[in-house]
Design a protein around this ligand. Structure first.
Ligand code: M6R
Length: 604
């Protein structure tokens, strides 16, 4: 995910900016850049790839004395990772860096182009600086122009802007993307999109709130709220521990990644939902011309999201779907027909087995699509088209937010195809889009839930195994729940379709067999319930996850009475993630780096 740094003062500006970007490297990026304004002159450096490329480019640049600087690491969302698309972006005499997505950028860009602006990049960010230049011509001050600019932006953003028209100032705004203003011992001001670049440099910080904007000068901080009312800047002490700052105060990266799902799904959805249709700018709708089947292929967690997708795509887009485990598909001598769209799903875009199946599909002449979290990865480069999940870097080996964002993309994709195929009415698509907007709230962790799961986890540390069971999309969710548990707790766990238990596995039922039962209200509730009753009658220990209290359960985790099964899906997903986490923590395991596993499996 993108990162921002800023600095205004008389220390070593270049080092401060580059060090700060280095501290943000862990978030993942594909290009980086800095702009330094000194004596009304800009020095700007940008580079694709690792930060070392930027450092080399800026090697001979040594600004001395007072300067104003901004820097950025970019994780591509609009436009490829190129130098032209790297931030900072230039207008006439100003530069901007931006995190987030400007939802109305296309409209703003059209208007600016009609007025003669020549855009250099494919980014949404560039509209900010051009809008500012336009407003500057009709404003009494640069701050007035900046305020007018910000008021026209829709979406999520954290912005820093520097301009020759006021060359001792950094303008800032925060809406939906994090931004921190820090102050060092000498009173000099720093900015960063997370606290790690500020640790060791600043003693105190302000975590800006949504709607905050303003400017800093060497001896002034102007901070306003979204209504334009002046706020008194209240600084708080900054921690000095970098590792814990990277984890944002959470014990493990996995825990942090579970908690940030609401934010990353907001990113996944940004710019892709209108009231009446799904917008995938990265897709050419002709990709689906002549397609009668969609083949989804992946490994591990990504395979589970593909299985979930198979229900959604068949149900909404009325298109036949088959799902393949990549390591099996490679050697089964599959029959590949040209009316099949081949879709590879991968967080990393580098998994050897999945990559190989994509190559096979290409050789067979199939159209190919990749659902991936890493732009410029091998799969993204190879496929005809790609949709990025925008989960940000995932550090925990056990996938959490990668899965959540994949499912969100697939839900959107099913509606995108449904629109092309007229398999849903406009009203049905509108209703589903309204539901998609509810996912970020559904994955928020309500008060008391985590605590309850922590308490309950102590009862599930022994026994001879776990069955996670569910029906419909809750079956792949059960598979994913079981995978989460086994990979970090090292306990044996299996996912099963609830209705399949009586065909064999129920023979294992006894009090030492733990059943984690997914009982959503809005899909096949009665049927799922009777499957769980069969297990309860055979004395299996049951933990029911449901909005409806279930008296045959030994433990019960209540979810909200959401009004659609997919919203229930996302809520239950979080419950399963937390349950695995807390069982593994109690067992004393290294949650972020479980034994025998690697984050990216690039060998067969
Ligand atoms: O990067 P990928 O999505 O292709 O990785 C595939 C699997 O190795 C991965 O999903 C793995 O199962 C998860 N990290 C487990 O949590």
């Amino acid at each position: 995910m993108c990162g921002i740094v800023g600095y205004i003062g008389s220390k070593k500006t270049k080092e401060i900016l580059l060090d700060g970007l280095g501290e943000l490297e862990y978030r993942g990026y594909d290009s980086a850049g800095i702009a330094v304004l000194q004596n009304n002159n800009f020095s700007v450096y940008k580079a694709v790839g690792k930060l070392v490329n930027l450092q080399e480019k800026a090697h001979d640049f040594e600004p001395k004395g007072f300067a104003v600087g901004i820097g950025h690491t970019r994780w591509a969302t609009h436009g490829k990772p190129t130098e032209l698309n790297a931030h900072p972006h230039l207008g006439e005499s100003s530069y901007v860096v931006h995190n987030g997505i400007i939802e109305n950028y296309a409209q703003l860009k059209r208007e600016l182009q009609n007025e003669g602006v020549n855009f250099l990049s494919q980014t949404d960010t560039e509209v900010i600086v051009w809008l500012f230049e336009k407003e500057l011509r009709g404003s009494a001050s640069a701050f007035e122009a900046f305020s007018k600019t910000i008021s026209q932006l829709h979406g999520a953003f954290a912005v820093l802007l520097v301009t020759k028209s006021e060359d001792e100032t950094i303008f800032f705004a925060k809406q939906g993307s994090p931004m921190i203003l820090g102050r060092d011992e000498e009173g000099e001001k720093h900015f960063a999109s997370s606290d790690t670049p500020l640790i060791g440099k600043c003693s105190e910080v302000i975590y800006l709130e949504d709607g905050d904007f303003g400017f800093v000068k060497p001896n002034e901080i102007m901070l306003l709220d979204k209504g334009g009312n002046k706020k008194i800047p209240h600084f708080s002490k900054l921690s000095t521990n970098k590792l814990s700052a990277q984890k944002n105060g959470y014990r493990f990266f996995m825990e942090k990644e579970i908690y940030e799902q609401s934010d990353v799904i907001t990113d996944t959805l940004l710019g892709r939902l209108s009231d009446s249709e799904i917008i995938f700018e990265e897709l050419d709708p002709t990709l689906f011309d002549g397609i009668n089947e969609i083949k989804l292929c992946a490994c591990g967690t990504s395979y589970h999201s593909a299985l979930t997708a198979s229900y959604l795509i068949e149900r909404y887009a009325k298109t036949r779907v088959s799902v393949e485990i990549a390591s099996e598909f490679r050697y089964k001598e599959p029959l590949l027909c040209k009316d099949t769209l081949f879709v590879a799903i991968s967080q990393s875009g580098e998994t050897a087995d999945t990559l190989e199946t994509l190559k096979m599909a290409k050789v067979a002449g199939l159209k190919t699509l990749v659902i991936c979290n890493v732009d410029n990865s091998s799969m993204v480069r190879l496929a005809d088209a790609s949709i990025l999940t925008r989960a940000g870097i995932e550090k925990g080996v056990a996938s959490t937010k990668a899965f959540a964002t994949q499912v969100a993309v697939f839900w959107m994709l099913s509606l995108y195809i449904a629109k092309l195929k007229n398999s849903l009415t406009c009203k049905q698509i509108e209703d589903q889009i309204a539901l998609l907007r509810e996912i970020p709230r559904a994955v928020e962790i309500p008060n008391g839930l985590h605590e309850k799961i922590t308490r309950l986890s102590k009862r599930y540390l022994h026994g001879h195994g776990f069955f996670f069971i569910g029906r419909d999309v809750f079956f792949p969710l059960a598979l994913e729940g079981a995978l989460k548990l086994k990979e970090i707790s090292y306990l044996h766990a299996e996912g099963y379709p609830s209705g399949e238990m009586k065909h064999g596995p129920i023979a294992l039922a006894d009090p030492e067999l733990f059943t984690i039962a997914l009982l959503p209200q809005h899909i096949l509730y009665e049927k799922s319930k009777s499957n769980v009753e069969e297990l309860s009658a055979r004395d299996s220990t049951i933990c029911a996850i449901s909005p409806i209290e279930f008296d045959k359960a030994d433990d019960y985790i209540q979810t909200s009475s959401a009004h659609h099964y997919m919203i229930e899906f996302f809520e239950m997903m979080v419950v399963l993630q937390l349950l695995s986490l807390e069982i593994a923590v109690r067992l004393g395991n290294d949650v972020d780096m479980p034994r025998n596993l690697a984050k990216s499996v690039t060998v067969e």
